[in-house]
Design a protein around this ligand. Structure first.
Ligand code: CLF
Ligand code: SF4
Length: 495
């Protein structure tokens, strides 16, 4: 199946025509897709960058076992292929999971997708995973179903996946060469035997590739996740990207390795380094020539609830759900209304995307800009409340989304009486390294000065404006004021 480009980078447009919006962050992201595919992605927050500003996803942690070992995973925690390492989820029975899905769907009508992503491998727990999917496809037909797997048991599961209307499958593919694989996977459990080394990696790769081909044949959209491990598979991932695209994968999500010693993973304990923001972006850009790239992944938990980047899981613990009265039929009416409103807004945005950049100069500086948002595609979060910043690249060719930076402690949550506010601010400034400006709904006096001193221009003038338009406007203001002189190469080096 020859899939149209959804997430590719924009063509360079020195003439200033707005070729903007990589990852289809707005403009004509979905407009050119065949209707069948548009229906599958328009409200999936992971498959459409636009959708992730509006639609929420949730995961249910029904799958505790795993059939392989990855060097970036500690079995005490959730599957690191689709989750941040170091996070533990409460395992649910399929019945508990269904109840939770209904409760969340009623409380958060924007929740459009239910994923099973752990805490182990969903397909290594077929009974629990498919019982959950079966009940959900019968009882909550308005929710898209999604699954993420390491791929070892995928070929044997494809038939069952097709039965439950699962339109979205993620396979984590870190390599297509067993020699590279042997450095990532110490063993697999296969046909009742533990197999190690290159042989283990060879079997895993074969199963992943066969599973990918079988899914594509059935018209199921496949996203490939890859963990970027510097010195192990960084260069190799370009080939992975090329091959999975050739085989019909829809989207490639290159995620940074997280290898902190306190997580107790092999890589964490042996000092394997994580990639920098610049390395991640450079590899995503290199793969983008061959592949639709996802850049808005938040490496969420196996029990995540809410918009990508937020986690409302604590509102839906088992005891709280037990106390809830859920009228799902009524909830479905509200959900249909909310989804229709969002679809209308997205269509409007596509039709009236940001105005083309006037030709200020044929070529010019490229600037990274950070944005504080709490959703809806707007600059609408206070600097001090932001838990993450979206990063956009602005140039005479337009604006493109390139990723996000997470903040451990929002500035306003740092306790200023013991200096925590200052230390939180220092860490935020570190996280924004390489950015020329930060747009937010409001920013206080103290962080304002610190940001300015760090060469990051704070800006609250574009509060509540659509993000791309605001970034573009600020870019022009800074350009006209002669405040943009760095070129992108310099910025990337420093990032
Ligand atoms: Fe979940 Fe994954 Fe489905 Fe999304 S997450 S199973 S495709 S519904 Fe999304 Fe979260 Fe990244 Fe996964 S942001 S970790 S890509
Ligand atoms: Fe851990 Fe997931 Fe790898 Fe299994 S597949 S070892 S749960 S990261």
């Amino acid at each position: 199946m020859d899939l149209p480009v959804l997430f590719n980078d924009p063509p360079a447009s020195p003439s200033g025509g707005c070729a903007a919006n990589s990852c289809g962050s707005s403009d004509d992201q979905l407009g050119h897709l065949p209707e069948a595919i548009r229906d599958k992605v328009f409200n999936h927050p992971c498959y459409s960058e636009d959708a992730h500003h509006y639609f929420a996803r949730m995961h249910v942690a029904v799958a505790p076992a795993c059939n392989i070992q990855c060097h970036y995973c500690n079995r005490k925690y959730d599957c690191a292929n689709e989750s941040r390492p170091g996070v533990v989820s409460e395992v649910l029975s399929p019945e508990q999971a269904v109840k939770k899905v209904k409760a969340v769907a009623a409380a958060i009508p924007q929740m459009s997708v239910l994923g099973i992503a752990g805490p182990g491998d969903p397909l290594a727990n077929p009974q629990r995973t498919f019982d959950t999917f079966r009940m959900l496809s019968e009882q909550t037909p308005d929710i898209k179903l999604c699954v993420s797997t390491n791929g070892l048991s995928l070929p044997e599961s494809v038939e069952e996946l097709s039965k439950h209307n699962i339109d979205h499958v993620t396979i984590t593919i870190n390599c297509v060469d067993p020699e590279v694989g042997a450095k990532i996977y110490p063993w697999i459990f296969w046909q009742n035997r533990r197999i190690r080394g290159i042989e283990a990696a060879r079997i895993l790769i074969e199963q992943q590739q066969r599973g990918l081909e079988m899914l594509v044949e059935r018209g199921i959209l496949v996203k490939v996740n890859s963990v970027l491990i510097p010195g192990v598979n960084d260069e190799h991932l370009k080939e992975v990207s090329r091959i999975v695209k050739e085989k019909g994968a829809f989207l490639h999500n290159v995620m940074p390795l997280i290898a902190e010693a306190e997580h107790g993973t092999f890589y964490g304990l042996t000092g394997q380094r994580e990639p920098s923001h610049a390395e991640l972006q450079a590899l995503q850009d290199a793969c983008a020539g061959d592949m639709n790239m996802m850049r808005h992944c938040r490496q969420c938990r196996a029990d995540a609830v809410g918009l990508l980047g937020e986690d409302r899981g604590a509102e839906f613990t088992l005891d709280k759900i037990d106390a809830m009265e859920i009228d799902y039929a009524a909830a479905m009416e509200t959900r249909a209304r909310v989804h229709a409103d969002i679809a209308e807004e997205l269509a409007q945005r596509r039709q009236h995307g940001p105005a083309p950049v006037p030709i200020l100069q044929a070529s010019g500086p490229t600037a990274l800009m950070a944005v504080a948002t709490k959703g809806g595609g707007l600059v609408n979060e206070h600097f001090g409340h932001a838990r993450e910043f979206l990063i956009y690249e602005a140039s005479p060719a337009g604006v493109r989304f390139i990723g996000h930076r997470r903040v451990e402690t929002p500035y306003c949550e740092g306790d200023s009486s013991c200096g925590e506010g200052e230390s939180a601010l220092a860490k935020i400034i570190d996280a924004l390294e390489g950015c020329r400006a930060v747009l937010c709904a409001k920013v206080g006096y103290e962080p304002w000065s610190a940001l300015e001193n760090a060469g990051i221009q704070p800006n609250g003038e574009h509060a509540l404006e659509p993000i791309e338009e605001a970034v573009l406007a600020l870019y022009q203001e800074l350009l006209e004021a002669g405040k943009l002189t760095d070129d992108v190469a310099q910025q990337r080096q420093s990032a």
